[in-house]
Structure formats: C-alpha cells, structure tokens
Design a protein around this ligand. Structure first.
Ligand SMILES: *Cc1c(COP(=O)(O)O)cnc(C)c1O
Length: 431
C-alpha cells in the first residue's frame, strides 16, 4: 500500500501539532511507519487520504459499536444539528438518555453527563472524596482512567506505596493520595488498606481492563474488593468507560455479580460524539452541585447533538440484546484465527474476548496484571501491526490496547483478517 499523502499530511501536522496528533496513542510510536490520515468511514471500513481501505478493528477506540455512518444515528444527529448545536440550558433528550441508563444499570439511580471519559472519572473521584470526606484513592497499575492529575500515576515497584507522578507537570503533592495496587491481587489491596489505616475514599477499577491489553478481573477479586470497601466504608467505582455497552449491554455488570457504588461511562455512550457520564445511588449523587456541595460543571455537558447520538445508539443496542452473542462469536473466531496464524510459525499467543472486545498478546503465559502484560513481545507486535496494516487490517497501534467488533462486521471480513494474519506471520518469520 502507498501512504504518500498520509506521510505528507503527518509532516505538515507535525509542524503545528505536538507529535502531529491530538492524542498520543494515534502517533504509531510503538509500531512501524506513520499513521494513515483518515478521509472517511463506511460501516466496518475506514478509508485513508491515499485511498487505501481498511477493516477497522479500532472503531475510534471503542465508541463506534455500529461502525461508521450508521444510518439511524446519522439521521438523528443531522436532525438535532438543524435545531441548534448547543443551548447551555436543559433539554429533554438529556432526561431521555439518563432514563435509559438508570433503567439499564441497577447501580445507577441518577447520572450526570460530561464531555469525556476523563471528565467522568475525575468528577466521580471528586464526588467520592466529597461524600466520604477522605483524600486517598486506590487504583490499579495498568488501569487507565483518563489523564487527570491524580489518576495519571505510573506503576511503582513498591506495592501499596504512595504513587509517584507518571508525567512531568503533575505535582507529587497531588498524586501522594493515589495508592497503587496490583490487578487481580487481593493481598496488594489489603496491604494498601492496612497501610492507609482504612482511610481510603474509593477504589477505582476497570472491572474488565482494556488499557493494558484486554485483562478481565477475576470474579473473586471483584468480590474481595466489594467486601473490603464495605468493611472500610470506601466506595467502589467501576470505570466502564470502555467496557460499558461493549462487554455486554451493561458492561462488566452484566457479567459479574458484584455491584459497584459508582459507575463511569464514556465511549459508546456518545456513539462517536464527545460524551461521558458518571452515576450512582440517589444518595451519593445528592452530594453533587446544585443538590449538594460537591462542585462539577460543563459548558457543553449534555450537549443536545451528542445526547441524541448516544440515545439512538443505546436504544438500538437495547432492542437487540442478541447482538452481544454475535459479537463474541466473531471476536473469538478472529483471535483464535490470529492464534493459529502465530502458532503455525511457532510463535506463542494468548487471547481474550469479552463481548465485542478482544485482546491478544504475543506471550506464552496467561496475563493477569500489568507486569504480565509487559512481558509480551512488543517487537513481534510491531511487525504484525505493520503487516496487517499493509493488508488492509486496521488494528490498534499498540500491544496494550483492546480491539473491537462492530455490527457492520461480517464473517467474511473476519476471514479476510485471519488470512492476512497467516500471511503476515509467515512473512515475519521468513524475513
Ligand atoms: C478511554 C478511557 C478513559 C478516558 O476517556 P476519554 O474520553 O479518552 O477521556 C477513562 N477510562 C477508561 C477505562 C477508558 O478506557
């Protein structure tokens, strides 16, 4: 494939945008080549400005569960656009979308809309601190909760120690309240609670982690978190920005019996428009301004065009719950095909599927936490990514990302991707 126009576009972008991109993951830093610049999408396909066509397994990093340019979503958005882009005043569509979410999630009585997943989590954390009157929060190494200061904490080697900032510009004073534990390791969580003498406002977790590759939490681990939070009066927050409406209609909560105190949502909830949300019981949410003292606001929060996109999308999903079975069937077929392609040339691979989410690591042992994930063969991944891209298969450009199936994907497309994987693996080994 030729990438001439994209290469030129990347150089031009580089001159005026740091790294040429508005979000670092898009820069192809972990793989070969430079990013294709996108012209348009159509169903499961993505087209770049050189005219190359790809089967898109990134789906805008999750939001596009119906693929690109779904006719119903598009029509509802265009209608909303004609009524005005934003009012900064209440609209009934916000209530409609909120009602759908409250009806779906047992853990949510009330929900507030924001404009991104980062904002949803940041606001949920503030609310948890406000409600409990405590400062410390506990997160897991390898879980991503957006780029707000107190959540941007890297994996330190010392478990249950106070976190260190993972980015310059984040004061240590802000992250000293962020405790780090190991995913799927109850002892590390117990140690954090003991060290902090139980003084922890909340435990935040991706119950199905999607930002260190796809790494689901064990059910007994989630049960353990629930019990510990109850013992110490800490709130349990499920960050389902990615897994919500993806792993099942109600995300991890449709798979696990454990109920969180608070939930954060994003990505699919806006169907490609900027939307995030956080919800909880009426009691917890009553602490939020203007009902309560915990402040949170947004000029474009509950934006009517974005709300309509989300509402159309969620109603479509709700009316067809069988779609998740179909997603999982396709996702399993895809990663099993990838695994066979790798094993055909004696390269080990481990795979994972939850609903429409899929993950694969070039590794020979199960991945339970971030340290396991880091053990994968990133060079092999980089070569695999390039070979697949050249064959029209658009995969996330890092081995620590999750892939996505959308309703527009056919069995034939999965076959095409598997065939490309066989060719790519054979090519890598021959070179
Ligand atoms: C993507 C993501 C976020 C951040 O959402 P943005 O819309 O990118 O700000 C937060 N948490 C999880 C689990 C995510 O996957």
């Amino acid at each position: 494939m030729a990438y001439t126009q994209s290469t030129k576009a990347f150089e031009e972008a580089y001159a005026v945008i740091p790294g040429g991109v508005d979000s670092p993951v898009r820069a192809f830093s972990g793989v070969e080549g430079t990013p294709p610049f996108i012209s348009h999408g159509e169903g499961a396909y993505l087209f770049d400005i050189d005219g190359n066509r790809y089967i898109d397994f990134v789906q805008s990093w999750g939001p596009l569960i119906f693929g690109h340019c779904d006719a119903q979503i598009e029509a509802s958005v265009i209608e909303a656009v004609k009524r005005g882009l934003s009012f900064g005043a209440p609209t009934t569509v916000e209530t409609e979308l909120a009602s759908e979410i409250v009806e779906m999630f047992e853990s949510i009585d009330k929900v507030r809309f924001v404009s991104s997943g980062t904002e949803a989590v940041m606001s949920a954390i503030r609310l948890a601190r406000g409600v409990t009157g405590r400062d410390n929060i506990l997160k897991f190494t390898g879980c991503y909760h957006g780029h707000s200061d107190s959540l941007l904490v890297q994996a330190g080697s010392g478990l249950a120690t106070f976190g260190t900032p993972s980015s310059p510009g984040v004061p240590a004073d802000l992250t000293k309240h962020t405790l780090l534990a190991t995913y799927n390791d109850m002892a590390s969580v117990e140690k954090c609670f003991a060290d902090a003498k139980g003084d922890i406002a909340c435990v935040i977790i991706e119950p199905i982690a999607g930002n260190m590759g796809l790494v689901p939490a064990d059910e007994n681990f989630l049960e353990g978190l629930r019990a510990l939070c109850d013992t110490y009066g800490a709130l349990l927050i499920f960050d389902e920005v990615m897994s919500g409406f993806r792993a099942s209609l109600i995300g991890a909560q449709g798979i696990s019996a454990v109920k969180p105190d608070m939930v954060t949502l994003g990505k699919v909830i806006g169907a490609g428009m900027p939307v995030g949300a956080f919800g909880a019981s009426a009691e917890i949410m009553s602490h939020l301004s203007p009902e309560g003292p915990v402040y949170q606001a947004g000029t474009l929060s509950g934006n009517p065009v974005a709300m309509v996109a989300g509402l159309t999308s969620l109603r479509k999903l709700k009316s067809n719950p069988a779609v998740y079975v179909d997603f999982a069937t396709k996702a399993k077929k895809l990663v099993e095909g990838f695994k066979k392609a790798a094993e055909a040339v004696n390269v080990p691979m481990v795979t994972e599927v939850r609903g429409s989410m899929f993950g694969f690591f070039f590794s020979d042992k199960p991945v339970k936490n971030f340290a396991d994930a880091c053990d994968n063969d990133t060079q092999m991944f980089a070569k695999f990514h390039k070979g697949m891209l050249d064959r029209g298969i658009y995969l996330a450009c890092s081995s620590y990302e999750t892939g996505f199936i959308c309703t527009a994907m056919t069995d034939e497309m999965i076959d095409v991707a598997i065939k490309a994987a066989h060719e790519t693996m054979a090519e890598i080994i021959a070179s």
